[in-house]
Design a protein around this ligand. Structure first.
Ligand code: ATP
Length: 214
């Protein structure tokens, strides 16, 4: 079976041990030999202060050092316009050709809001969607727009092998980490956090990201 390429999109503000754990779990469970973490440009409505694209990319590099099958894909940061996942997946499909299984990884939080993404119903024309739930998170309610679209498309990760695109794959994981919780702890005065790699923690301190709030 051809091994697959994984793409994990996110803000990574900052990247935490849950992101890396998830990425490695996807590699192990879905026969993915290379997985790229692809930071998004921040949507304008996100709160400040927040790390710049360059800083988020630097933290990703630090967090994945020592994981040979993980890499950084900075294409969305390099665009100086709003970046859409559909454009990135279309581009990656062209680069990789038709025979490579592509797996786009997203969390349940993101799945619930999928209908706000540009051309969301076409995402599976280019890749599988691998949906990872946080502990205790439920699937979208069946009567929602996304819930209806999911009917008949969802496969369990154990149902391997998959083709090159077209499925929604459910992956059960158990990572409690959250970047929001990390930012809140740092702003409340913590100088590091258990959910950060030591190198990422040091970078945050050096660059005074997420400073303590008065
Ligand atoms: P924030 O709290 O700032 O929203 P986050 O921790 O969710 O950040 P993101 O960069 O938004 O991190 O995460 C990228 C993707 O990974 C999102 O689709 C998110 O739902 C998912 N994700 C992040 N943390 C987890 C986790 N612990 N378990 C499962 N999915 C996760």
């Amino acid at each position: 079976m051809t091994s697959g390429l994984g793409i994990f999109g996110g803000t990574f503000d900052p990247i935490h041990t849950g992101h890396v754990g998830l990425a490695l779990q996807v590699c192990r469970q879905l026969n993915v030999t290379q997985l790229r973490l692809m930071p998004t440009r921040l949507p304008p409505h996100r709160g400040n202060p927040t790390a710049s694209g360059e800083q988020r990319a630097a933290m990703v590099q630090l967090a994945i050092a020592g994981c040979p099958n993980l890499s950084l894909d900075s294409r969305e940061l390099a665009r100086n316009r709003t970046s859409y996942t559909i454009d990135s997946l279309r581009e990656i499909r062209l680069e990789e050709g038709e025979q490579t299984p592509l797996f786009f990884v997203l969390g349940m939080d993101s799945l619930n809001a999928l209908d706000s993404w540009r051309d969301w119903q076409k995402l599976t024309d280019y890749a599988h969607l691998v949906v990872v739930a946080r502990p205790g998170q439920a699937w979208p309610i069946p009567s929602s727009v996304v819930g209806e679209w999911l009917v008949g498309r969802v496969r369990e990760a154990e149902a391997m092998p998959f083709g090159c695109c077209g499925q929604v794959i459910r992956l059960d994981a158990d990572f409690p980490q959250s970047a929001t919780a990390i930012r809140a702890a740092l702003r409340a005065g913590a100088t590091s956090h258990d959910w950060l790699a030591p190198s990422v923690s040091a970078y945050i301190q050096t660059h005074q990201l997420y400073p303590r709030e008065p």
